[in-house]
Design a protein around this ligand. Structure first.
Ligand code: C2E
Ligand code: MG
Ligand code: MG
Ligand code: MG
Length: 290
């Protein structure tokens, strides 16, 4: 790994005098250690039901509180974890933390689900369903309150194996969501075959919703498609009130984005839930589109 120049190569681990490979090696050692420490942390971003305005779930997003570099985002360290074969440990770690946090919020009376992202390599791991089952039991969370997000490129690996893993997860009662929908490959053919419950439309379509008629057309037709397939649709990347209002008018089920809330540390979630500002587009009596 140290000598390889990966997709997210050295621009991230900039060589500061020392050879880049040594930097990577050091960072990798730090990441291994972080996986056993409190440095690796979940932040959570709320998801709103657009019909009722209720918060129906949160998405867990991994963060690394690096002792020298500060808060690191997944785009910076996931490629390294992937190359070093650390994704199984990382996924189990994020999952356990997410289920433990969820159990606390559910016991406090909030009927939420939690969505956890999986990588391509996680979907190749036939041990995953059994491990998920154990964690659900240990954390006393019903399987239906867990959503696992996969991306379209799971099928670029070993499709038969990932379908086997997905079927195992589904048998537990866990829900599966296609993340970044519309940006991967063969997005239509697998919809016939794969057991998925939800489409999560990529934010590139959502962010330009009000200024780009083509983006709007894609959002609306995907919404129609998800309905016809009996799936729900989540939109991510809602950054302004106008987009939220339009999505609500079009009958979109669930939305997530900076306009609702940025991702936040676990300890802020309960207070956010009880004192959150209701987006203007969802206030009772406010009609959209006029
Ligand atoms: P994602 O699953 O598509 O997550 C959404 C990303 O968009 C998050 O970035 C989130 O902070 C950001 N976002 C949310 N709302 C908005 C918005 O309104 N505008 C804009 N511009 N961005 C928004 P983040 O946290 O940096 O995560 C990036 C990606 O890293 C995630 O994309 C996901 O693919 C991956 N990831 C995060 N956590 C995990 C994990 O635990 N395991 C795996 N395998 N992947 C993860
Ligand atoms: Mg996601
Ligand atoms: Mg996404
Ligand atoms: Mg993404």
């Amino acid at each position: 790994y140290a000598a390889k120049r990966g997709k997210h190569g050295y621009e991230v681990w900039a060589p500061d005098g020392t050879p880049a490979s040594r930097d990577r090696l050091e960072t990798l050692e730090q990441l291994r250690a972080a996986l056993d420490s409190e440095q690796l942390d979940n932040h959570y971003q709320p998801q709103l039901d657009l019909r009722t305005g209720a918060v129906v779930g949160v998405e867990a997003l991994v963060r690394w509180n690096h002792p020298d570099r500060g808060l690191l985002y997944p785009g910076v360290f996931l490629p390294l974890a992937e190359q070093a074969g650390l994704m199984r440990r990382l996924a189990l770690r994020v999952l356990e933390r997410a289920l433990r946090d969820l159990q606390i919020w559910r016991s406090a009376g909030h009927d939420l689900s939690v969505a956890v992202n999986l990588s391509v390599s996680n979907l190749q791991d036939v041990a995953l369903p059994g491990q998920v089952e154990m964690l659900l039991d240990a954390c006393k969370v019903p399987a239906g309150a867990l959503v696992l997000e996969i991306t379209e490129d799971v099928l670029m690996a070993d499709a038969a194996r990932s379908q086997q893993v997905m079927a195992g997860l589904r048998r537990l009662g866990v829900r599966l969501s296609v993340d970044d929908y519309g940006t991967g490959y063969s997005s239509l053919s697998y919809l016939r075959a794969l057991p998925v419950d939800e489409l999560k439309l990529d934010r590139s379509f959502v962010t330009h919703l009000t200024t780009d008629a083509r983006a709007a057309a894609i959002v609306r037709s995907t919404l129609q498609l998800s309905r016809d397939l009996g799936m729900s649709m989540v939109v991510e990347g809602v950054e302004d009130a106008d987009s939220l209002a339009a999505l609500r008018e079009w009958g979109c089920d669930v939305a997530q984005g900076y306009h609702i809330s940025r991702p936040m540390p676990a300890e802020r979630v309960l207070s956010w839930l009880t004192s959150r500002p209701v987006p203007a587009a969802l206030k009772p009596g406010v009609r959209t589109g006029d």
